[in-house]
Design a protein around this ligand. Sequence first.
Ligand SMILES: [Fe+2]
Length: 124
Amino acid sequence: MKTTTEENPTVHSAGTISRNDLVQLLNEDLSREYQAIISYVVYSQVLSGAEYMNIAGELEKHAEEELSHALIISKQIDYLGGMPSVQSKPVRTSKKPKEMLQFDLENEMVTIRNYRERVRQCEG
Ligand SMILES: [Fe+2]
């Protein structure tokens, strides 16, 4: 059985990937969007302290943006004939606001890196 991991999709000679691999990768993206939705819903409510008030408000808006990303990706997966994932990537929490924001930043960076790669793969 062919195994495909996020880091190692089957790359064909022309540098393109199969439709199935693309569906799997988009499902990883979808799981990251779920992770972001859950993170922003929770972080926006538990971030406390005057210095975090504005940030908490921003995070609430982000929760809604992430939901729209999840819808776009699941639409694309369905279009490609796949089944959208129902699994979220794990969500980290912390009692310390700075640590929570650090988790958020790390997740966003992973997401951006993956989308850059996805754009390249879709162009192929
Ligand atoms: Fe997103």
